[in-house]
Write a protein that binds this ligand. Structure first.
Ligand code: ARG
Length: 632
């Protein structure tokens, strides 16, 4: 594939997964010859351009630190341009250079991929990598062509020993409580991060840390004794528990709440913590059935958890171990019967105290989280752990990480592996059905709305084979795209009308773009082998069209964008790219006919390969985000 450049290994470069690196290496070698600098050094300085009008790759010349007393960086840039021109003419083997002559732009050099070389390199690359295009999972693959037809990673796990493990904790709803926006966003962002790490070669543990323990569950259990209804529970455990919780909480409104009844449910929780079998048996049942329902709902969003853990699953021994360390090392101190950490006393600027154990001996949220972190590391020995939790819990997680840090080794090391990924609020997330008890309620509501919109266009509606299913797929994309559009830290308004629209940067728009590409390849009728038969033709056939060129350039950056997303951990990094791809596509259709083009059948094939690659790229980006691309 990289016809002219013999294999050189450059740190951070991956020719086998990132086409831009093929060009980066070519440029770096060229400049290395001129400047005598190290190839790897130049390679690392070559950045992807921010927009295509600035070239494909950009080099800020000062980064080369060329020592020259009399030349300004701009003059150095000019110099490099003229020297590379000279060299190019003098080297006969460069019949088809990968990159056009650089352009000096102030202190920078802009590099454009050669339109006569790009198609022949890129299109086979994308088509062969298939579902793995943009993923570093493929590094372990000896022959990507054979495994690119599905998502299976079955045959590449031989290198598991070298894979890093990341534990991503996300979603983590509270049983019997409202499904707050915080859980929605955590679900969407967490699922994306898990996919992202996986696609970059990590072994990923997806953990749901249920809010299934604490004093309020003493209350819920007493509510069950009063209001529990087996039939209603069987029908919809999540909603029934929520209703019970609402009723029993109302019974305990401050004005009606006698000290005695409050003490009763605290006492019930104490029984749970002490391992009372009767109290626990009831609790286990409520929990198990709730999880069954959770699983079914997450499946609608294509999410499967490795582990339904939860606050209740933190082992007593682990908590005891943590407490022991906290006490032995003088981090925790008694405070009127409770146990607390006073951060100020440990040289932390934070003026805060956190409670670890309540007066009656029961654990707090913080203590359970400490135990949970240690236990997760015991169970999974991860390299990194990510908490995808709304910004409101920033302080809590800070205390958690700080306490671990104070605890000394091995806990300090553990605290360094942890990271809080936080996100802003959603305004106005309510549904027409009333309280959002679980994810289902949101999905159902948006699905109904989507379905109504689709019915609005009677002719189109009749063409859709399974409208209910399509409506759901579109609704799920609508919800997810709306959530991932901005930076995580930004808040947004839940806007049914806007998110379900086929215009603008929405989920349905992306789905439409994908379905249109599927329809093009159905009409063109080439198999993948047809497309791969004569890739060298692509250079001749596609070089002259600026529309083809721009589309190729956008497609070529996808793996680099995924790499960038690993740095930002922002879904919008991928999403913004996908919208740019979709826009480039829609302005190309009128200019690049695929079916029966006047230029003849080989042009039809070249363009089918071009659109096929664009479809693959869009598909892979959507899947990475957690969307399910529709074909029609
Ligand atoms: N269940 C919590 C809530 O809904 C979120 C859990 C956050 N994760 C953690 N390890 N504390 O508020």
């Amino acid at each position: 594939m990289a016809v002219e450049t013999p294999q050189v290994s450059v740190a951070g470069a991956s020719r086998s997964t990132n086409p831009l690196d093929v060009f980066r290496i070519a440029i770096a070698r060229e400049l290395a010859r001129i400047t005598n600098l190290d190839v790897g050094f130049i390679f690392a300085a070559l950045e992807r351009s921010s927009t295509l009008d600035k070239g494909d790759l950009v080099l800020a010349v000062p980064r080369l630190r060329i020592k020259s007393a009399d030349l300004t960086p701009a003059a150095q840039a000019e110099n490099l341009v003229s020297q590379s021109q000279k060299d190019d003419r003098s080297i006969p083997r460069r019949k088809l250079p990968l990159v056009k002559q650089p352009i000096a732009d102030g202190i920078s050099l802009q590099f454009y991929m050669n339109p006569a070389a790009l198609p022949g390199i890129l299109l086979p690359f994308v088509l062969q990598h298939g579902n793995d295009y943009g993923s570093d999972r493929a590094i372990g693959l000896r022959n990507p062509a054979t495994s690119s037809t599905d998502n299976s990673t079955g045959n590449i796990d031989e290198d598991d020993a070298t894979r890093k493990t990341v534990l991503v904790e996300f979603s983590s709803p509270n049983i019997a409580k409202e499904f707050h926006f915080g859980r929605l966003r955590s679900t969407i962002i967490g699922a994306f991060l898990a996919n992202l790490y996986e696609s970059c070669g990590y072994h990923v543990i997806r953990m749901n840390y249920l809010g299934d323990w604490g004093r309020q569950f003493g209350l819920l259990a007493s509510g069950w004794e009063k209001y529990g209804d087996e039939a209603a529970f069987d029908r919809d455990p999540i909603r029934h528990l929520f209703e019970i919780y609402v009723k029993i909480s109302a019974d305990f409104k401050p004005e009606e709440r006698g000290k005695g009844s409050r003490r009763r449910h605290i006492a019930y929780f104490k029984r749970m913590e002490d391992g009372d079998p009767v109290a626990l048996a009831l609790w286990e049942r409520l929990r198990a059935l709730s999880i069954q329902r959770y699983e079914a709902t997450y499946a609608r969003l294509n999410i499967r958890f490795t582990d339904y853990s939860g606050e209740s699953r933190v082992r007593k021994e682990t908590i005891a171990r943590v407490l022991q360390v906290l006490e032995d090392r003088g981090i925790a101190e008694p405070d009127g019967g409770a146990l607390i950490v006073d951060f100020a006393k440990h040289g932390k600027k934070k003026v805060a105290t956190a409670i670890l154990r309540n007066r009656n001996g029961t654990s707090t949220y913080l203590l359970r989280d400490l135990g949970a972190a240690v236990q997760r590391h015991d169970d999974y020995t991860f390299d990194e752990m990510i908490y995808v939790v709304m910004s409101e819990q920033e302080a809590h997680l800070k205390w958690l990480f700080l306490t671990m840090e104070l605890m000394g080794e091995p806990y300090t090391a553990l605290s360094r592996k942890t990271e809080h990924i936080s996100f802003g609020k959603v305004r106005g997330m309510s549904t027409r059905r009333g309280t959002v008890v679980f994810l289902d309620d949101v999905v159902n509501d948006v699905t109904d709305f989507m379905h109504e919109q689709m019915r609005g266009n009677a002719t189109k509606y009749r063409e859709v084979a399974d409208p209910a299913q399509t409506a759901e797929a579109l609704a799920v994309s609508a919800i997810m795209v709306q959530d991932m559009l901005g930076k995580r830290a930004n808040s947004y308004s839940f806007d049914l009308q806007r998110m379900t629209s086929f215009e603008g940067d929405t989920g349905p728009y992306l789905q439409y773009a994908h379905a249109r590409l599927c329809s093009i390849s159905r009409k063109a009728g080439f198999t993948r082998d047809d497309l791969l038969a004569t890739p060298s033709d692509f250079n001749l056939l596609l070089a002259d069209s600026s529309y083809a060129y721009d589309l190729l350039r956008v497609v070529a950056r996808y793996p680099d964008i995924v790499r960038q997303a690993m740095k930002t951990l922002e879904p919008t990094t991928i999403l913004t790219y996908l919208f740019a791809l979709a826009h480039t596509l829609s302005s190309s259709y009128d200019h690049l006919r695929v079916v029966n083009p006047p230029e003849g059948p080989s042009m039809s094939r070249a363009r089918a390969a071009l659109y096929g690659s664009a479809r693959q790229t869009l598909h892979n980006g959507m899947v990475l985000l957690g969307l399910t691309p529709v074909d029609r």
